[in-house]
Design a protein around this ligand. Structure first.
Ligand code: GTB
Length: 214
């Protein structure tokens, strides 16, 4: 069945692959599924046609036959359940992989996204420095806890899974902040994931879009 995802017509991250369609592309590449891309220009995010796909007017969205999904975590979980390769067969291991997906989305990602809010939307505000320090302290706590749990493991829990896709993509948003460098095992974790051929195909696809838009 044909798969279509909605992505930024023109992302603002200069092809760094930080927008959340990267997770979906990566998951589809891991399971070997071809997909079409619908380019959504900024001015159409809140247009009726896109709101019908995602009531919040965001990307990514995912269409497969009659099914339309939004929320990158739900989409990656669906892909992992629909196609083999991204979730363990063993029921307990599968539950743990899904737990890690939630951990990435609801425990790691919020303070990391807050940092962008402080950096871009609170620039010039009198409280920006204080907020930066507070948010960075929260992020450091989370990174230290994740780093301690991962130790020398290659992946979050046994074999590579959908949870690693989400977690690595969440962590990548910190690249360039120097926060990650305090945790060499997390830096190595991201590098290991980024070396995967599926990651590289997904990254190249979104980069090509950005380059074409120049
Ligand atoms: N929880 C949702 C999910 O995981 O799917 C969040 C989706 C989301 O925030 N999407 C952003 C969006 O559509 C794009 S990814 N924003 C438009 C809006 O809310 O109206 C975040 C993002 C935004 C911009 C860049 N950039 O320009 O480089 C990168 C990433």
């Amino acid at each position: 069945m044909a798969i279509t995802i909605s992505v930024f017509e023109r992302a603002l991250d200069e092809g760094r692959g930080l927008a959340r369609d990267m997770r979906v592309r990566w998951a589809l590449e891991e399971v070997g599924q071809f997909y079409e891309v619908r380019l959504v220009p900024w001015e159409k995010f809140k247009a009726e046609a896109h709101l019908a796909r995602n009531p919040f007017g965001q990307i990514p969205t995912y269409e497969e036959g009659e099914l339309t999904l939004f929320e990158s975590g739900a989409i990656v979980l669906h892909i992992a359940e629909r196609f083999p390769g991204l979730l363990p067969q063993d029921a307990d291991a599968r539950a743990r992989a899904i737990m890690w997906m939630f951990a990435a989305l609801s425990t790691m990602e919020p303070p990391i996204m807050d940092r962008d809010v402080v950096e871009y939307f609170e620039a010039g505000k009198s409280w920006q420095g204080e907020r930066f320090a507070m948010v960075d302290a929260r992020i450091r706590d989370r990174l230290a806890q994740l780093s301690a749990r991962m130790g020398a493991s290659d992946w979050l829990d046994g074999a590579f899974s959908a949870a690693d896709i989400i977690m690595v993509h969440v962590l990548r948003r910190l690249e360039g902040s120097e926060l990650l460098e305090e945790y060499p095992n997390l830096v190595a974790y991201i590098a290991r994931a980024a070396a995967r051929p599926a990651y590289q195909r997904a990254f190249a696809a979104q980069l090509a879009l950005w380059e074409k838009a120049q």
